[in-house]
Design a protein. Structure first.
Length: 583
């Protein structure tokens, strides 16, 4: 921002990647706390899973910076914050946030309304399970405007103007989403929300509308001034196709077209999955990037069907966005000013040679795995890089492995960064560690991470699946499910047989077809023929009602899963139950 006059500024980017990314980021934060780096961070830019953990860290930091004078804040205080997060975050996520989104009859019934969706529900869960207990006096739900940090009670404090005189910096938190309306980055901060500033004569981004940020929440329409923090995080983590876009209505009108504009927000990773733009927008000069995003895999023989090609092209475009953003950052800021931790670091790479004119092919050139250099077995690193990017329950084995991996992997990179980055000139050298050994719970995985047992590798393999993990763990559950299906088919077969053999009246088929056409075609026809615009609300209401009915029907199953199956999966993944590796 233009107000900022400091020469050097440290920012941290926490990538998307579901809870996999969140747990990995905890390991990075732990290493940064021990290296006395966290007190120097002035901008925290987060995406998706990074936003979930970044917002939680920021709330704990608010409590610290507002309760202690700058001179009294110690490096150990930052370690204590990450220790608290390490424990509380895993406990909260063991509730299976993804499944809990569908577990409420009341919430599912509300989803028939256009102003309430699964994204609203998960935003409320973030507030309830993660944030409300940390900041209890900020309202319920916590409004993002109320998380602004006022160190020493200084209400007019602004990091751009007042951080220069502080030892413990007050960071700016940027939660990144993507606006479907314009394709641009949409940022939530404690100050305002919207698309970041663009130069009026920008020769590249010439799309016809720009959704400007206000100067403060108090300047915007009253019904959006108290936008919930949990909803901002949900917008940042709103995976397209999995979650309904987060709607922000009433904030903009197109005066020329005489239309209201409803901002539709999806996962920030669509635009920038490492949060780099949020750091550059806030004039950072040094960068710590923690990248646990899901990267595109290679395929020897890609499917050439139309749908498969479209999906593959989407993955390629996303991969291009990631690599170009990171290359530009390193090229423009210098490698010594960028610490980059990547979940695929140290994994073996094969360079495949061509078949020559004599029909012979040279052996592959192998870039050997180097993960053992930081204490992680190559098979473990490979499995962790493939772990699901989901919001369901992670076990201790899964979560602690990701934390420990980030902690071990980042040690050398962060030490070099602290010793050589321009913004670290005033800091103590990385070798001058003065803190006592920290009792991180994730260090309980040390016996396995570089000496894995078959049991441990099997758990990491199962952890790569999004669905059916409990079935893979418990043979008796497979048998019970099979018995249930056979019994259900046996008892229901007479009714099913009667239904299959009966004739369906033609008017039922015609009615069903008309309803489907109304739902599918009304929005398109209304766009073409303005006089049919009146059909759009009815089509949307019809779709929402059908969705709510389906959700209500599935609620009973989900409640049973959360009550019985989810605890079984969590318990089988306790570290205490792992077989010890041989010495």
């Amino acid at each position: 921002m233009s107000e900022h006059t400091m020469q050097e500024r440290l920012g941290i980017g926490l990538s998307g990647g579901g809870l996999r990314a969140s747990f990995y980021h905890i390991g990075i934060l732990a290493q940064m706390a021990e290296l006395n780096l966290l007190r120097h961070v002035e901008v925290i830019s987060t995406v998706s899973g990074g936003s979930i953990i970044g917002a939680l860290y920021y709330l704990h930091l608010k409590n610290l910076l507002e309760s202690k004078a700058d001179a009294d804040i110690t490096d150990q205080d930052y370690v204590e914050i990450v220790l608290k997060i390490e424990q509380d975050f895993l406990a909260a996520t063991e509730n299976n946030i993804r499944m809990a989104t569908f577990s409420s009859f009341v919430a599912n019934f509300k989803m028939r309304f256009l102003n309430y969706s699964r994204s609203d529900r998960i935003g409320a869960l973030y507030n309830e399970l993660l944030y409300q207990n940390v900041l209890q006096n900020a309202g319920n739900p916590i409004a993002i405007r109320n998380i602004k940090i006022h160190p020493g009670g200084q209400m007019d404090f602004h990091p751009n103007q007042h951080n220069a005189d502080r030892s413990a910096k007050v960071p700016i938190l940027v939660l990144n989403s993507t606006a479907l309306n314009t394709g641009r980055n949409w940022q939530f901060t404690a100050q305002t929300m919207g698309e970041p500033f663009l130069s009026k004569d920008d020769p590249i981004d010439t799309k016809p509308i720009r959704l400007l940020q206000s100067n403060a929440y108090s300047d915007i329409v009253p019904n959006q001034q108290n936008f919930p923090l949990g909803h901002a995080v949900a917008a940042s983590a709103c995976v397209p196709g999995l979650f309904t876009p987060m709607s922000v209505s009433g904030l903009y009108n197109d005066l020329e077209q005489k239309q209201s504009i409803r901002a539709q927000l999806v996962d920030g990773g669509v635009h920038d999955n490492q949060g780099i733009e949020g750091l550059m927008d806030n004039n950072c000069t040094c960068f710590v990037i923690s990248d646990a995003s899901g990267q595109m895999d290679t395929e020897n023989n890609p499917d050439t069907g139309a749908v498969a090609v479209l999906l593959r092209v989407t993955s390629i475009l996303q991969d291009r966005v990631r690599t170009e953003g990171l290359h530009h950052l390193r090229d423009s800021r210098g490698t010594h000013n960028v610490a980059f931790m990547n979940l695929r670091k140290g994994i073996e790479i094969r360079e495949i040679n061509w078949v020559d004119r004599h029909n012979k092919q040279a052996p592959d050139d192998i870039i050997k795995a180097t993960s053992t250099d930081f204490g992680v077995h190559p098979d473990v690193q490979e499995s962790l890089s493939k772990m699901r990017t989901d919001l369901d329950a992670f076990t201790e084995v899964e979560a602690y492995s990701l934390m420990l991996d980030g902690y071990l992997m980042s040690r050398e990179d962060l030490q070099q960064f602290k010793d050589h980055a321009h913004c670290m000139r005033a800091a103590n050298p990385a070798g001058n560690r003065t803190l006592p050994a920290t009792p991180w719970k994730f260090q309980s995985m040390m016996p396995w991470i570089n000496n894995p047992t078959p049991d441990y590798l099997r758990q990491l393999e199962i952890a790569q699946s999004t669905f059916g993990k409990a079935l893979m763990c418990f043979v008796w559950l497979k048998i019970a499910l099979l018995v249930f299906l056979v019994a259900a088919l046996y008892f229901l077969w007479p009714s099913l047989k009667t239904l299959l053999l009966s004739s369906v009246p033609i008017y039922v088929l015609v009615g069903a077809l008309l309803v489907w056409l109304a739902n599918s075609m009304a929005p398109k026809l209304a766009h073409t023929f303005r006089f049919l615009e009146i059909l759009r609300p009815y089509a949307e209401i019809s779709k929402s009602t059908a969705k709510a009915i389906a959700l209500l029907l599935g609620t009973v199953f989900i409640k049973l899963y959360i009550s019985f199956i989810n605890p079984l999966y969590v318990e089988q993944g306790r570290v205490a139950k792992l077989a010890k590796p041989e010495s």
